[in-house]
Write a protein that binds this ligand. Sequence first.
Ligand SMILES: [Zn+2]
Length: 287
Amino acid sequence: MKSYALQSIGLAAAAAVLLSGCGGKTDGASASGTPAPSSPPAVSASPAPSAAAPSPTLSPSPSPQPSATPQQAEARFKMSSKTFRFSPVDPETSNKAVLLTFDDGPKEKEELTSMLDTLDKHGAKAIFFVNGYRVKQNPELLKLIDERGQTIGNHSWDHIDLHKKSKAEVQKQLGDVSDLVEELTGKRPQFFRPPFGTGGDVGKEVAKEDGMLYMTWSNGSLDWDLKATKKDPQLVIKNVLEQLHPGANILMHELPWTKEALDSLLTKLEEKGYGFIDPASIDLEQG
Ligand SMILES: [Zn+2]
């Protein structure tokens, strides 16, 4: 088994995206993109075996690259609490890996299923940072994420800016989500991402008290920003590749254009020698 991960989320109404996206201010993540040589636009036909098989075992993705990530089986990663980037615990291990995350769901079955299928196709794991009100609306979709072997993270109940809220309020925003997720899946979330990347000190404190690793991101796909991506899957891919760096913590959402971009994006990351960090391999101690 190896360690790779990802998460995704989406919105149904495009109009709501700007309002509910995670972007904008963050507690420390950099959104600046270094111009990277973009790979050819062609979507390579990846030699993946079956598209939708919910493989319980994570077979390494069939990357054509020779020796990108030698010993993924033992790979474990720790996250910087300042930059939210990942690095291997064992310095001998390749650091060419990224964490895939999808926020703001679960929303819509067809879209979510497509994303789950794409992750399986690439042998990738992710964190789906969910909102409680969405889970309440779509409990079966939350179960689906879990049953398909992906990791569920806590993204607060109402998707509100938490950093000026009282501790009691933040505790309720986080605790109610964790309670509901545990009720539905038997597992309590181990990861927390504040909406808009602004949890403040209270958000960090409550997440820690609840046993969750607090993170924002280090690579924003801008899929939530309609001015930046214009619902164009190619622009989502471009934004991620321009900000790509070893150990990137990639923020995406459960959105139609992100769903469309995902297969090609993961292929391009593989072509560049990147693997996908399994959330299960992340050291939960704060770095
Ligand atoms: Zn969000």
